[in-house]
Design a protein around this ligand. Structure first.
Ligand SMILES: [Zn+2]
Length: 292
């Protein structure tokens, strides 16, 4: 079973006019990310037909539809409505994660409703962009809900030191460690190789608190030298590494005309020289083992 644990999909009306959607919903952060100031942007757009056909071509059985850290709580509810429809339409292909906003009205009602609709996790989360923090009481209620539901929670992570990009907002490493200590059973997925947070697992004082922390590789070809993959596996073990692309982002723009899954899958396989055991865990087994 090959699973891409980090993809994004938008409604047809958003794909048709992302700027209009962003302006009407006051989604300025998202707008900065998806509209390039110059040249051909990295953001691809992919509707149901295109995404399913690319998955088939590239041998991807399932994709986790990550939500977004919308600034407007209403956009989160809409995204959840889209996901509810899409996982009902193609239950064999799509796994839905919930978008949440700390100031959404009745967050627990929203989460319960989505659980009943068959959602399997929460993410992609970035409470700082939403004017909040991980330690906010309403946010923590949602984390406890996820923990009780057995849902993994995916966080967008930026590295504390690194290149600037449009809309960069930092995500303090301390807070992730705090969350892992606060709710040790919560399954936390830190996206984008956790902004290299995994290397802190080399600290024997920190490592025991990170047993339920996993790292996805979404967008990594845009961010890091390919040697990072084997190093990550050597430091934290292949059981904690989860493949995801950030589709439909063109994460290998030099060679990708359009977004796909196979380019990164092959790159990771070859660069890290994965054994068959590692490959089956990283490309599906690990995420399957932590889904409810
Ligand atoms: Zn992200």
């Amino acid at each position: 079973m090959i699973i891409d644990a980090h993809t994004h999909r938008y409604a047809d009306e958003v794909i048709a006019d992302p700027v209009k959607f962003a302006l009407s919903q006051k989604e300025t952060h998202w707008l900065k990310l998806v509209t390039p100031t110059q040249g051909k942007g990295l953001q691809g757009w992919s509707d149901r037909k295109e995404m399913l056909s690319q998955m088939k071509t590239d041998g991807v059985d399932r994709a986790i539809l990550q939500g977004w850290y919308w600034e407007n709580p209403q956009s989160c509810v809409w995204q959840n409505d889209w996901h509810a429809k899409w996982i009902r339409e193609d239950p064999q292909n799509f796994i839905g994660f919930v978008s949440i906003h700390p100031s959404i009205t009745d967050p627990l009602d929203e989460l319960k409703r989505r659980q009943d609709q068959g959602f399997s996790g929460m993410g992609e989360c970035h409470p700082w962009v939403q004017g909040s923090t991980l330690r906010d009481a309403a946010w923590m209620q949602c984390m406890h809900f996820a923990d009780n539901a057995g849902w993994p929670v995916t966080f967008h992570v930026t590295e504390p030191v690194g290149h600037d990009y449009p809309g960069r907002v930092s995500t303090p490493f301390d807070d992730f460690l705090w969350l892992a200590q606060e709710i040790p059973t919560l399954k936390i997925i830190l996206a984008h190789a956790g902004g290299l947070f995994p290397f802190y697992e080399l600290n024997p004082k920190v490592r025991p608190d990170l047993q339920n922390v996993f790292y996805d590789l979404a967008a990594c070809p845009l961010l890091y030298d390919p040697q990072v993959y084997r190093q990550l596996i050597d430091v934290v073990g292949y059981e904690k590494i989860i493949w995801g692309t950030d589709y439909p982002l063109r994460i290998m723009p030099k060679t990708q005309e359009k977004p796909d899954f196979a380019s990164f899958k092959n790159l990771l396989h070859n660069e890290a020289k994965l054994t068959s055991k590692e490959a089956s865990a990283i490309f599906g087994g690990n995420i399957l083992s932590i889904l409810p």
